[in-house]
Ligand binder design. Structure first.
Ligand SMILES: [Ca+2]
Length: 294
């Protein structure tokens, strides 16, 4: 009898507690489900935010396109097979190629007057030039030799050797930057011509080959792309092509019957921020600005 009474009380207790347990479980499940839903919704919202951010970054990283606008034209020696082109302290400096015909000149652009000129000796096919302090460095195409001249006298001071071909040359304030016709740029020390680093130039995943004459402009490397009417603006930190500049409109200024070679030569006047371009055997030098194509 005593056992029966105990069993009866036990059943009553179980029956009373069970609904509360069920309710409690259900509310925990709801809470859990709510948390999950909330978390899902937060993740979705984060995803949306991230997507928006990615899109903004993609737009920011997208290669830009510019076209050249001519500000002014200057006469150019149409026998000049332009290889190196730069502006320094009010003068234009130009090197011209071809074996036995290579030259280095200092030119008064305003008065179309050659101030100083030398022939590059022997078999050297002159290529890019750059000025560092009181020296002018001149690459040669296939002779693996950089000739170094005194800037004032154009007397040869020394030479350096390098492997491969020499094409364009510029100076970023610390290193000489040289091209060799590939998509790679070498940063070399002006002291001993040792390679400090190399930069692979790419537009997205596409390597940009045939990098030719160079100019360092406001923290960017500008390069003629050989056999094209384009200049690429390159980020010197990672080699990414930041922009393409189309110079096709310059042909409107040149007689179509005239024999000219490729666009080559970029010179930047740091003092006046003017940009000059020309080509091999071109009769004109162009001062240009650039305008984004949207
Ligand atoms: Ca240049």
């Amino acid at each position: 009898m005593k056992i029966r009474i105990v069993f009866l009380i036990y059943n009553i207790v179980i029956l009373c507690i069970f609904p509360f347990v069920l309710t409690s479980c259900s509310s925990e499940q709801k809470e859990s489900s709510f948390k999950e839903n909330k978390s899902f919704s937060q993740n979705e919202s984060k995803k949306e935010e991230k997507t928006e951010l990615d899109q903004k970054e993609e737009i920011a990283l997208k290669t830009k396109h510019y076209k050249a606008k001519v500000v002014r034209t200057f006469p150019h020696d149409s026998s000049a097979f332009t290889q190196g082109f730069l502006f320094h302290n009010g003068s234009l400096f130009e090197s011209t190629g071809l074996k036995f015909l290579s030259t280095l000149k200092q030119i008064d652009l305003e008065h179309n007057k050659v101030l100083k000129s030398i022939s590059i000796p022997g078999n050297y096919f002159a290529e890019g030039i750059a000025i560092v302090g009181n020296k002018i460095y001149l690459l040669t195409w296939e002779s693996n030799t950089c000739l170094v001249y005194d800037l004032k006298t154009f007397k040869e001071i020394t030479t350096f050797n390098y492997y491969g071909e020499g094409w364009g040359l510029t100076f970023d304030g610390n290193s000489l930057i040289m091209s060799d016709g590939t998509n790679n740029l070498r940063f070399v020390s002006p002291e001993d011509f040792q390679i400090l680093r190399t930069l692979s130039v790419q537009d997205g995943n596409r390597p940009i080959h045939n990098l030719n004459e160079l100019e360092y402009i406001n923290g960017e490397i500008w390069a003629n792309v050989w056999m094209s009417d384009n200049i690429v603006k390159i980020d010197p930190n990672n080699g990414k092509v930041l922009a393409w500049i189309d110079l096709g409109s310059l042909y409107d200024y040149i007689d179509k019957e005239r024999r000219i070679d490729v666009l080559n030569g970029i010179a930047f006047d740091k003092e006046t921020k003017r940009i000059f371009v020309t080509g091999k055997l071109w009769p004109l030098i162009f001062e240009i600005t650039i305008e984004e194509i949207k």
